[in-house]
Design a protein. Structure first.
Length: 430
């Protein structure tokens, strides 16, 4: 049985921050709360959906565009944790501040949300890049999978608590309004994120990096430009990123459109939340199983498995007409959602030059962030042309096929059996 040290365990725990923020703030409770705030301000339901979509896009777009330069600067020794702390604290503080925005002030709520998203998404860039610093290539797949699994486990606990508070307020079991209950969940989320941020800040250090130069920002820009000019030297990395862009776009699209797809089938919002919760129960062990299987069959093979499962999901969605079919679909998603995301992260971590891992994880972040544009567009166009959302989901199959084909062109990284992380040695490249 593989044992993990304090550094690795501390890194794993931060996934509870990323996953819980995504579940409560982005996916479930804040969207519901925003709709209520927007309605109080006299807005329509349709416009609230539009503005919520814009709000999500702005924050993540800003982080995606800044990711490469931030990552390039963070490649200098001693900078990675500084950047991580700044974004982490911003995310926590502004998540808590969501609770103090007045009940009809939708624009201030959007601004606070965007800043909190920048903090959370920004810290995620450096969290992913720390994977290279905390473990060896041999253990990356399993460690990344356990990280996602820990995130799902955290989701189950945190989301259950927050959902219970909102439901009890709705049923008048506790003497507070639904809006107050939502605000309470934002505070709980901020506290949760703060608690699970402590281990990584305390125990994880930057091991790989380059020597600090006099003009950090100017030098970082020059290195970034040089990377673009010499992109042929990193051809294998770029092929993987293109493959990743397509298949992860398919994954993100199915996750994003799941609620709308369920609503089209006539499933109410409460049932959808319950289905989403149970999906986490399936995703928790499934991510670990993917990690375990990757030790035997290699990470790339398991990426193919994830792509195949999602391809089956796209085909199966075309035949769903009731809630039972939707439950089956959701559970299928749960079997591979964490696995394909975790192994994509670790597989990329094996390919990147260790001393430039922040810079390249910045590119990884860009491809991941922008990989949620093409899929929804395809779904929207096909659904509008055919009049059936099932056809829209089926059309996403093309993304998995293209991603899978391109992935065959990627060469695996060489992993030494004896490789171990140099826990007491700092590696600095000139």
């Amino acid at each position: 049985m593989v044992k993990y040290n304090k550094t690795e365990k501390s890194w794993i725990l931060y996934d509870c921050v990323i996953s819980t923020y995504s579940m409560i703030i982005i996916t479930t409770i804040l969207p519901i709360y925003f709709r209520m705030v927007f309605k109080n301000a006299g807005g329509s339901a349709a416009m609230s959906t539009a503005y919520w979509g814009y709000s999500n896009s702005v924050g993540r777009l800003l982080v995606a565009l800044a990711a490469p330069i931030l990552g390039t600067i963070a490649d200098y020794m001693g900078y990675k944790m500084k950047f991580f702390k700044v974004f982490c604290v911003i995310g926590i503080i502004f998540t808590a501040l969501l609770s103090v925005v007045p009940n009809s002030a939708w624009l201030p709520l959007v601004i606070v949300f965007i800043i909190s998203t920048i903090g959370n998404a920004g810290s995620n860039i450096f969290y992913d890049a720390f994977l290279v610093d905390v473990t060896s290539k041999k253990k990356m797949d399993m460690l990344s999978a356990i990280g996602y699994s820990a995130g799902y486990l955290g989701n189950i606990l945190a989301f259950t608590i927050c959902m219970a508070i909102v439901i009890m307020a709705q049923m008048h079991i506790i003497p507070i309004s639904i809006m107050t209950a939502c605000k309470l969940t934002f505070v709980i989320t901020a506290i949760w994120c703060a608690i699970f941020s402590i281990p990584i800040i305390k125990n994880v250090k930057q091991v790989y990096g380059i020597k600090k130069e006099a003009k950090v920002v100017a030098s970082s820009v020059k290195r970034l430009v040089s990377t673009f000019k010499n992109i042929k030297e990193h051809k294998n990395l770029m092929i993987f990123l293109v493959a990743y862009f397509f298949f992860i776009d398919g994954v993100n699209t199915i996750i994003t459109m799941a609620t709308s797809f369920g609503s089209d089938l006539g499933i109410n919002s409460t049932t959808l939340l319950v289905v989403l919760l149970f999906t986490q129960f399936v995703a928790f062990p499934s991510a670990i199983i993917f990690g375990k299987l990757s030790e035997k069959f290699k990470g790339k093979t398991m990426l193919y498995v994830g792509i195949i499962v999602y391809s089956i999901i796209c085909v199966y969605a075309n035949f769903i007409h009731n809630i039972i079919g939707f439950w089956v679909l959701a559970m299928l998603v749960g079997t591979s959602q964490g696995g394909i995301q975790a192994l994509s992260r670790s597989y990329f971590g094996k390919l990147v030059p260790k001393e430039k891992n922040n810079e390249f994880f910045g590119f990884f972040n860009i491809f991941g962030r922008f990989a949620s544009i093409l899929g929804p567009l395809i779904v929207g166009v096909v659904t509008q042309l055919t009049g059936k959302s099932t056809n829209g989901i089926f059309s996403i199959l093309i993304l998995f096929v293209v991603g899978g084909v391109i992935l065959t062109k990627v060469k695996d990284a060489t992993v030494s059996d004896g490789e171990e992380i140099p826990t007491n040695k700092i590696t600095v490249a000139e």
